[in-house]
Design a protein around this ligand. Structure first.
Ligand SMILES: [Zn+2]
Length: 113
C-alpha cells in the first residue's frame, strides 16, 4: 500500500531526527506534500497515527501536512504552474517542485536532567 510506506518513511525519518536530537517526546512532524505526489494526505495522517501508537516516543504526536503546488520550468524560459503544456512554446515542461514528500521539521521535547 502506497500511503502506508510513505507514512512509515515519514515516521522513520522523524524518529531518526528525534534520536539525533536526544528527544524525549515528539509532538509534531511537519511534512511537505507535493500536489503531484499522488498521495492522499488524510490517509497518510491516519496511517501515521496508527504506526506511532506502538511508539511511546511519539505518543500523541501530530502530522502537519503542507500542500506544495507544482512548479515547472521549460527550456524556453517559462517558469510557472502549467504542468502539462508550456503556455509559451507548447512543449512539455520539466517539473521542478510538487512531486516531493519530505519531512521538513519536527517539534520535540527534551527533558533536561
Ligand atoms: Zn516553453
Amino acid at each position: 500500500m502506497h500511503e502506508y510506506s510513505i507514512a512509515y518513511d515519514i515516521y522513520a525519518t522523524a524518529r531518526r531526527a528525534a534520536l539525533e536530537n536526544r528527544a524525549d517526546h515528539v509532538t509534531r512532524v511537519h511534512v511537505d506534500v507535493g500536489e503531484l505526489a499522488m498521495v492522499n494526505p488524510e490517509q497518510v495522517r491516519f496511517l501515521f497515527e496508527v504506526i506511532i501508537e506502538e511508539d511511546p516516543l511519539f505518543q500523541g504526536a501530530k502530522l502537519a501536512c503542507r500542500h506544495i503546488e507544482a512548479r515547472v520550468q521549460c527550456p524556453c524560459g517559462y517558469e510557472g504552474a502549467e504542468k502539462y503544456v508550456c503556455p509559451r512554446c507548447g512543449r512539455l515542461p520539466d517539473i521542478v517542485a510538487g512531486r516531493e514528500i519530505m519531512v521538513t521539521n519536527i517539534e520535540i521535547e527534551v527533558n533536561e536532567s
